[in-house]
Ligand binder design. Structure first.
Ligand SMILES: *Cc1c(COP(=O)(O)O)cnc(C)c1O
Length: 221
């Protein structure tokens, strides 16, 4: 099957509330162009440098999602164009993003990455840390970032019940925040980024609004 067919196939499974992000990390420009020419323009990358190079080389109407860990000294390379940063895990990082977004007169949409898996190696904040961040009065001083929701990665397991429970915990935390915290210029809970090649059908059933799919579209890396 071609890349265009794979994207088309997966895209039709999204339902009304969910959008597909094609994870293009490690894939060369001509592969991204193939997706682009099939009229697909929402890409996810996990490395700042790689995303910046691809942004430079490709048409400018692409939506770029940073899904990997972000170091504050690298924000400057993507602040001008990134559509959404899925991997925010501290107020300190949010402040840095705000600073560089201001230089470009932009508001950068961000998601808080929440640890939902049983793997210590995966990044993300605890629910408690995320609540503290959202309740910190200093948050309201930021005018160039907006927390649009949450991101999480399920455990790398074949146990579907476990994956479903992890996604469900993210969704219920999202619901809790949505009903208990005031909407403001810097906090607007709308998105739940969860689901990858191996588990996106479960994520969609559990309320995902953004799925991040790489290998099921482009083949293994
Ligand atoms: C690589 C990656 C994905 C996509 O993984 P696949 O299994 O190839 O679909 C999704 N999210 C994050 C954060 C990733 O790093």
């Amino acid at each position: 099957m071609s890349i265009a067919q794979n994207i088309g196939d997966i895209d039709t499974r999204m339902g009304a509330k969910t959008r597909l992000i094609a994870v293009t990390k490690t894939k060369p420009i001509d592969i991204l162009l193939e997706a682009y020419h099939a009229n697909f323009k929402r890409f996810g990358e996990n490395k700042v440098q790689e995303m910046a190079e691809k942004h430079q080389a490709l048409p400018k109407d692409i939506e770029w999602h940073l899904i990997g860990h972000l170091q504050s000294n690298k924000i400057k390379y993507i602040a001008e164009f990134v559509s959404m940063i899925h991997s925010v895990d501290s107020l300190k990082l949010l402040r840095e993003i705000d600073k560089y977004a201001a230089k470009h007169h932009r508001v950068i949409d961000c998601l808080l990455q929440i640890a939902i898996s049983d793997e210590q190696t995966k990044f993300g904040m605890s629910q408690q840390e995320a609540q503290e961040l959202m309740d910190d009065p200093a948050l309201l001083e930021l005018n160039h970032v907006c927390i649009k929701g949450l991101m999480g990665m399920a455990s790398n397991t074949t146990d579907e019940a476990q994956i479903r429970a992890e996604f469900r915990s993210l969704k219920s935390f999202f619901d809790h925040i949505s009903t208990t915290r005031k909407v403001s210029h810097v906090l607007q809970m709308q998105e739940i980024s969860m689901g990858m090649s191996g588990d996106y059908p479960i994520a969609i059933e559990e309320g995902s609004t953004l799925v991040r799919v790489g290998s099921a579209i482009f083949g293994s890396r």
